[in-house]
Design a protein around this ligand. Structure first.
Ligand code: SAH
Ligand code: SF4
Ligand code: F3S
Length: 451
């Protein structure tokens, strides 16, 4: 199927992790630079980019149903939309997509999307194209400069992963670890702040493995980068995600105590509380080494909120091993967490391991784990009732005069600003955390500006 003409409008739909959100924004900026406009809300686009995620089977399968839906909507409207499949499914299953889905004009991997413009030209001539070349370094230099930003922005500093956890596709879809150069990052951060960012979240699959050289040729780790970025007076908050327990050094721990702009929140996936399972996962940490590491972070920053990722039902996981995960959760007291049923991924070592766990056992374990995690999240939010803190205002709420933002501990806070006047998106206000609900906190405005 040949899309009739060069596309005039685009829509980028991103699935999966924050890095895909970042990539999706950069694709949108690049398409805009080509003179293609974002499709108005509610209207079909001439070019649809599906920026996909391959992490679990459900996420990956979504792409095929989406392709079907988009082509059907196109047929009904008498048009043939150009469909591009980008992201991690494109990287992992490019050939299969081309064979299974004739409506797709191009398949473009996460490290090749800067070459999408020439692929679009080809597609307009009826030629299909696949580009899944690695590695990542080239794309950043080829992308247009940042000109737009929400108050909270993402910035990819590191990409790829060398850890090869036995369940995970990321080392195959994103490739080997690379660090973007220090000067490029300082420059992009500056542009984002000029465009309205007040908070920057540094992104990487293994973000704390970032390393670079500053302008004096000194070798830096991520802690050094954070200190350098914190010097910009208009940048108010810094966060980072996601790190691996093996790459957290003393300097980073110290930075949490010293750099006020580094928010008191740490997302540090543990996956399991059983040392046997952790070893089978190829996670290089034990439950005990993880807990000790958290103690060191908490010593540096006592009000640190913790978050984690968990997998239940990894092959061979016994009831007793699962209970060790519950004990670890009890020991940590997470403020937030993400938990998943193990999903066998093609090409990963765990997919062919013996003793795959039955789906109903996984369901039951996930429910029990989530009950504990929800309990702790609620307790964390309850414990913050009465605190006064800064809130970065990110958008308007549903009700007249209502605003939504984030506390330093990444809690969603809504508050009524109707009587205050003069509040704008991107402001940092002072609010009292008045009442904690299951997913957000009702705040009361104390002052229009940060204290
Ligand atoms: N270190 C990564 C993790 C990416 S994947 C990062 O930087 O974000 C995010 C989470 O998905 C992992 O921490 C893990 O908990 C989960 N996950 C990864 N592969 C999975 C699989 N095959 N089945 C279920 N969950 C998985
Ligand atoms: Fe995947 Fe493990 Fe790398 Fe995270 S650290 S991206 S879970 S292989
Ligand atoms: Fe998914 Fe790729 Fe991110 S597999 S989680 S989009 S790195």
């Amino acid at each position: 199927m040949k899309p009739a003409t060069s596309p005039k409008t685009y829509r980028v739909k991103s699935f999966g992790c924050q890095m895909n959100v970042y990539d999706g924004e950069r694709m949108a900026e690049m398409l805009a630079e080509q003179g293609i406009a974002p499709a108005p809300e509610g209207e079909d686009a001439d070019l649809v980019v599906l920026n996909t995620c391959h992490i679990r089977e459900k996420a990956a399968e979504k792409v095929y149903s989406d392709i079907g839906r988009i082509s059907k909507a196109g047929r009904e409207a008498g048009k043939t939309p150009m469909i591009a499949v980008a992201g991690c499914v494109a990287q992992a299953e490019g050939e299969e997509i081309m064979a299974r889905a004739p409506a797709v004009s191009m398949v473009v991997g996460p490290q090749a999307y800067h070459r999408m413009p020439s692929m679009i030209e080809k597609a307009a001539r009826g030629e299909r194209a696949t580009d899944t070349d690695m590695p990542a370094d080239a794309k950043f230099a080829a992308l247009p400069q940042r000109r737009k930003s929400a108050p909270s922005a993402f910035l990819t500093i590191q990409e790829g992963c060398d850890k090869f956890c036995t369940y995970c596709v990321v080392p195959y879809t994103r490739g080997a670890e690379i660090s973007r150069p220090f000067s490029a990052l300082v420059d992009e951060a500056k542009k984002l702040v000029e465009a309205g960012a007040r908070e920057i979240t540094l992104l990487g699959q293994n973000v704390s493995a970032w390393t670079g050289e500053d302008d004096k040729g000194r070798t830096l780790g991520m802690a050094g980068l954070i200190r350098a970025l914190a010097e910009d007076p208009d940048l108010k908050r810094i966060r980072y995600t996601t790190s691996h327990p093996a790459d957290m050094d003393d300097d980073l721990i110290a930075t949490h105590g010293e750099v006020e702009k580094l928010m008191p929140y740490l997302h540090l996936p543990v996956q399991s509380g059983s040392d046997r399972v952790l070893k089978a996962m190829n996670r290089s940490h034990t439950a005990e080494s993880y807990l000790k590491l958290l103690d060191r972070f908490r010593a540096a920053r006592p009000d640190l909120a913790l978050s984690g990722d968990f997998i239940v039902g990894f092959p061979g996981e016994t009831e007793a091993e699962f209970e060790e995960t519950l004990s670890l959760v009890d020991a940590v007291g997470y403020a937030a967490a993400f938990s998943f049923k193990y999903s066998p991924r093609p090409g990963t070592p765990a997919a062919t391991m013996d003793a795959q766990v039955a789906p109903e056992v996984m369901d039951e374990r996930l429910q029990r784990l989530q009950a504990s995690l929800n309990r702790d999240q609620h307790a964390f939010n309850k414990a913050s009732e009465g605190k006064t803190c800064e809130v970065l205002v990110e958008r308007r709420g549903k009700l007249e005069g209502q605003w939504l933002g984030k506390s330093p501990w990444l809690q969603s806070v809504f508050f009524d600003g109707a009587d205050a006047g003069g509040i704008a998106i991107g402001d940092i206000v002072t609010a009292k955390l008045a009442q904690a609900g299951p997913n957000s906190i009702r705040g009361e405005l104390v002052a229009n500006a940060a204290a």
